[in-house]
Design a protein around this ligand. Structure first.
Ligand code: SF4
Ligand code: MG
Length: 320
């Protein structure tokens, strides 16, 4: 299968202004080195603790944020520096499902209007001519028949996320960036929304970048998984390789924290010392070295590059 998305050495830095003249005094290196690819029809899970840069990565890929460096190839086209109309055209093909359905929908807007809006923005179809199409979409995301005429505030969290999903689907995108789409929802409805996303993926030929802080959520959804730490992809591989033979010490710690139902398989939980350093002042060398239980002398001196150590399995660590 062909790659739908290829991201090469992406960096997204935010300036920190300071002093009397509000000059840029430093940068928050929110995304410091991200390389990944997603094949057509595949789901790549992107995992890491909050603040590791996964949302910023998603927003930069959508070009809602300006990349500082690196390259974004989408559907064979370099979209890193697109502007104006050509950027608008790409936006049709990449849609986002947001973490918080309460914040991302206008509670006083009619659901029919919410879902019609993106289509009306990109075509000259009228609200009236779209009605059947929008009603069909609402049905496909599992909303009741009369949802079209109701307001977003009349729905539960899980249903609001379904509205958000219908809106994201309205333009028939190729790629959906789902940024923690279930983490604001009750546990009881999380798996319903995840199952819905899987069904829609088959039906609409979707490719997903699925962002989560929880390895158990991405396990259900992903074909491959990328692990992020402090703005960097530290490991990326097929799902089975990540869970069964994690290579990076940080991934090993994340895996060891997943509760195992079978007591005979009980593995030793790896407890990491200290906190994640600030992305405004990342450590020298390997960004994980101050907390890494396996660090060697080289680790504080030079930054390991992501390299393929087994077919399809890349890791950024001096141990390999
Ligand atoms: Fe640990 Fe060194 Fe590997 Fe970084 S490069 S993860 S510090 S062993
Ligand atoms: Mg986030």
């Amino acid at each position: 299968k062909e790659n739908l998305l290829e991201v090469k050495n992406l960096k997204t830095y935010y300036p920190i202004k300071g002093g009397f003249f509000r000059k840029t005094v430093a940068h928050v290196k929110a995304v410091d080195d991200v390389s990944l690819e997603i094949k057509n029809g595949e789901t790549l899970g992107l995992v890491g603790e909050s603040g590791c840069g996964k949302s910023t990565t998603g927003r930069t890929i959508m070009r809602l944020l300006e990349p500082t460096d690196g390259q974004i190839l989408f559907d064979g086209k370099d979209i890193t520096e697109l502007r104006g109309k050509s950027l608008r055209d790409i936006r049709k093909d990449i849609q986002m499902v947001f973490q918080d359905p309460y914040a991302s929908l206008n509670p006083m807007q009619m659901v029919g209007d919410i879902v019609s809006e993106p289509i009306m923005n990109f075509t000259n179809k009228s609200l009236k001519s779209l009605k059947d199409e929008v009603m069909e979409l609402l049905k496909k995301v599992g909303l009741p028949e009369d949802a079209y005429y109701k307001y977003a505030h009349e729905f539960s969290g899980g249903q609001r996320q379904r509205i958000g999903i219908a809106r994201a689907l309205a333009l028939r995108p190729k790629l959906i960036i789902a940024d923690e789409p279930v983490s604001a929802l009750d546990v009881s409805v999380q798996s319903q929304v995840l199952n819905l996303l899987k069904e829609l993926q088959d039906e609409f030929d979707l490719t997903f970048l699925f962002i989560a802080h929880d390895l158990s959520v991405v396990k259900h959804m992903s074909d491959r998984i990328g692990v992020m730490y402090l703005g960097n992809i530290v490991e990326i591989a097929e799902k089975a390789s990540i869970y069964d033979e994690p290579l990076h010490p940080y991934t090993q710690a994340l895996i060891s924290a997943i509760p195992v139902p079978d007591p005979r398989k009980k593995s030793q939980r790896i407890i990491l010392e200290g906190d994640v350093p600030s992305p405004a002042n990342p450590p020298s060398g390997c960004p994980f070295h101050p907390r890494c239980p396996q660090a060697i002398a080289e680790c504080s001196a030079s930054k390991p590059q992501l390299k393929e150590v087994k077919p399809g399995h890349r890791v950024a660590c001096h141990l390999y």
